[in-house]
Design a protein around this ligand. Structure first.
Ligand SMILES: Nc1nc2c(ncn2[C@@H]2O[C@H](COP(=O)(O)OP(=O)(O)OP(=O)(O)O)[C@@H](O)[C@H]2O)c(=O)[nH]1
Ligand SMILES: [Mg+2]
Length: 457
């Protein structure tokens, strides 16, 4: 755990549910005055005062404004410290989810002494009170933002401590090695026995291998968490917009027999292999016939540059089709031979057909399942969940830093450099691993992380 300990002196309030109308909304209070404020604005039916309500049991009652007038009938619940999410005294009003109701309930909280919670402040308090570590706090934001089943699963595993345990184990191993080296510094006259030296080098090496393995899955983990950008590109009239519509499942892009139909880029979201994919249709690439088309082509090229995967669409029925500028030698490109309904299966199609090109037809939908399968394979592969452990760019950056420091430490140790020098890098690696779970992180870095959360989380 983080070793942070900071009990806040003020009490915060915010809606825990989203903005807009809903059947029910929840307003949360957390902090030392949460139970007092709740007691002044919630009157349980049956006459028992709110301060005597049992923990974690929903009770029907009246929600009042600060002057004692009824705002709504609803449910109230209290969770006393330390058995709450934040580790502080917490209370919730479950009211009807209209804007006026929620605003009045919040206003009542503020008039009675709470202040508006900042983004992510409930989670930050949970972290500061050692209820969760930083990677778990981040997992809550990921779970709320998860748009597909795979991103939800990854976030849940991180919330349950999957990543924290791995990092804590790696860090523990380095702390052991550091202790052995430190002991040497304290008793400089005693040589570290060769066996212990070898043992420490092996320790470093194993840790490096494990970190490198975690980092190897980052690209796929990132796709699983954040989704991917897949760009449909190719020569004019190859059927890019038709394929875009077929994959999206509706007539989103204009399709005509005239080359140069698509000018601007068009986006839509689909799901492939459990991850959200932003699919982008682009203008056909050729020497532009006018300025608007020229701008469209420039945009298409920009999109290709930013794509995680390019679906290069060629017209299989047109033997004179230009050879693709992008080839499948680039692992980011999947070649689609469209209009395969117009040719016999044995007929030779476009020249230089890459071996792994997929024959498709936007008209008959032939081959589209294979496209989705290949997309999923390229984006997350058959990676086991274990390989998708690192999905957050901040975690990857910390792991890269740790790996670099560790490699320096090992090389210095192998070259019999002074132990003090070795220790600088060992400490660096330990810190970078600690950053992932939030050990000793500076306040301004925490600010930056929690500011990306939404209010009420
Ligand atoms: N037979 C057949 N015709 C297709 C297929 N896909 C597209 N077409 C036709 O090919 C023509 C061009 O299709 P589009 O989808 O507009 O092609 P595009 O690549 O987006 O063209 P630009 O936007 O001009 O670059 C249209 O007449 C489509 O109906 C296919 O799989 N089979
Ligand atoms: Mg088009």
């Amino acid at each position: 755990m983080s070793g942070n300990q900071a009990f806040e002196t003020d009490t915060i309030a915010a809606p825990a549910t989203g903005a807009g109308e809903s059947a029910v909304a929840i307003v949360k209070l957390s902090g030392p005055r949460a139970l007092d404020i709740f007691g002044a604005m919630f009157v349980p039916s049956g006459g028992r005062p709110a301060r005597l309500l049992p923990d974690r049991r929903l009770t029907l009652g009246q929600i009042l404004d600060a002057s004692g007038c009824a705002i709504d009938d609803g449910l109230g619940v209290v969770m006393r410290a330390p058995h709450s999410f934040t580790g502080e005294d917490t209370a919730e009003c479950h009211c009807h989810g209209g804007r006026a109701v929620v605003l009045s309930v919040l206003d009542s909280c503020f008039t009675l002494g709470a202040r508006p919670a900042r983004p992510g402040e409930f989670t930050r308090r949970a972290f500061l009170n050692n209820r969760i570590d930083l990677s778990q706090a981040e997992a809550i934001a990921d779970l709320v933002a998860a748009r597909t089943s795979l991103s939800r699963k990854l976030a849940l595993r991180q919330l349950r401590g999957g990543l924290s345990e791995r990092i804590a184990a790696l860090r523990g191993r380095l702390l052991d090695a550091a202790a052995q080296i430190e002991a040497q510094l304290d008793f400089p006259d005693e040589e570290l026995p060769p066996l212990a030296r070898q043992h420490i080098i092996t320790h470093f090496h194993e840790t490096e291998t494990e970190i490198a393995r975690m980092l190897a899955g980052f690209e796929r983990g990132r796709h699983a968490r954040d989704g991917a950008r897949v760009v449909i590109a190719g020569p004019p009239n190859a059927g890019k917009s038709s394929l875009f519509n077929a994959l999206v499942g509706r007539e989103r892009a204009i399709v005509t027999p005239h080359p140069g139909t698509t000018r601007d880029t068009i986006e839509s979201t689909i799901e492939a292999g459990g991850i959200p994919v932003t699919l982008v249709d682009t203008a056909g690439i050729r020497s532009a016939s006018d300025n608007i088309e020229h701008i469209g082509i420039e945009r298409a090229k920009e999109e290709i540059g930013q794509a995680d995967i390019v679906l290069l669409v060629l017209d299989a029925s047109d033997p004179s089709a230009p050879a693709p500028a992008l080839t499948e030698a680039d692992s980011h490109v999947i070649v689609l031979l469209n209009k395969s309904d117009l040719i016999s299966s044995t007929a030779p199609s476009v020249q230089l057909t890459p071996e792994h090109a997929i024959r498709v037809s936007a008209v008959t939908r032939a081959g589209l399942e294979e496209v989705e399968r290949r997309l999923a394979e390229s984006l997350v592969g058959c990676a086991g969940e274990d390989e998708l452990m690192v999905a957050n760019a901040r975690h990857a950056q910390c792991l890269r830093g740790a790996l670099q420091s560790l490699a320096c430490a090992r090389s210095a140790f192998e070259r019999d450099m002074p132990e003090e020098l070795v220790m600088v890098d060992v400490r660096g690696a330990i810190h970078r691993l600690g950053d992932i779970i939030g050990i000793g992180l500076e306040d301004d870095i925490l600010d930056r992380i929690f500011n990306t959360f939404c209010i009420g989380k």
